[in-house]
Write a protein that binds this ligand. Structure first.
Ligand SMILES: [Zn+2]
Length: 64
């Protein structure tokens, strides 16, 4: 069982990468999250609440 669990974690770390999401309006980096590289090979864009704009804005993945 222990071996199986270790293998799974290695697999997960291969595809899950940490990304930073920045507000498109004010360019503030508001969120960090992990994404599945296989599902989202390109830059992610998602609507999130920006506390600087005080509204939901598109947030785009940026490099760290
Ligand atoms: Zn903003």
């Amino acid at each position: 069982m222990a071996i199986l669990r270790d293998l799974t974690q290695v697999e997960v770390s291969k595809v899950r990468v940490q990304i930073t999401l920045a507000c498109e309006e004010c360019k503030q980096r508001n969120y960090t999250m992990t994404k599945d590289k296989k599902k989202h090979p390109d830059r992610m864009e998602t609507k999130k609440y920006c506390r600087f704009c005080k509204t939901h804005t598109p947030h785009k993945e940026t490099k760290k």
